[in-house]
Design a binder for this molecule. Sequence first.
Ligand code: ADP
Ligand code: MG
Length: 259
Amino acid sequence: MAYFSVEHLNISFGGLRAVNDISFSVEKNEIFSIIGPNGSGKTTIFNLISGIYRPDQGAIMMEGENMVGRTPDRIARKGIARTFQNIELFANATVMDNLMLARHIHMRTSVFGGAFMFGKRSRAAREEVVHREKVEKIIDFLELQSVRDQFVGGLAYGKRKLVELGRALALEPKVMLLDEPSAGMNNEEKDDLTIWIKDIREDFQVTILLIEHDMNMIMGISDRVFAMNQGQRIVLGKPGEVQGHPEVIKAYLGEEAIS
Ligand SMILES: Nc1ncnc2c1ncn2[C@@H]1O[C@H](COP(=O)(O)OP(=O)(O)O)[C@@H](O)[C@H]1O
Ligand SMILES: [Mg+2]
């Protein structure tokens, strides 16, 4: 049994088959990348996996359970967390608060209800301490200390992308879906991000599905690469096999050079 897999996924919007019979399976602790020109259906696959869209057909299997038909909330609870191509954070809250909120929403701790009922060592208060420790660990890990008390809305784009990564990590996921995490980052930030993604896999034992346009990053980080175009699979293989594949090169012609 595969750790995580999608099987014969299909979804159409009007007449457009955005995801056309897509299947792949991902090993535990793998870094599995999805590439393809703009509009090829990559983000839609993430929207299907995270339960934002429901497939017309197909299965999404996590540890032997089908996620199809579950709410995004229940899918997150199963351990599948994501970041968004367009950042979705609370702009008027601090970095720290964004990460704490992620934990509270996810864990549904009764910090608001429970805290009133018991003394200062109540269950809720103890849980709050645990939440804070976990969030501190993530802030340290992503080197966000210097901006921890700043409003997210005021941060540079690259930093906000990192906070989004932190927010997803705060959910203590088993599987992380990262949608173009390096977009808008400079080269130094991209290098840091590459190291962090590898560290997330090692230190947090997270399996990573990555949508990325930066070919250097894809080649340096991925165990396997799934290339698609117009909703369909082109090829799945090791980074080197996929990069030089004629169909992949053809798909990118007229879009952007693949380096
Ligand atoms: N909610 C939607 N309604 C209509 N069309 C959509 C919707 N979501 C995605 N699409 C279409 O599906 C195709 C794939 O989009 P997307 O998955 O965002 O591509 P990618 O992430 O690979 O750039 C595009 O043609 C897009 O316009
Ligand atoms: Mg996309």
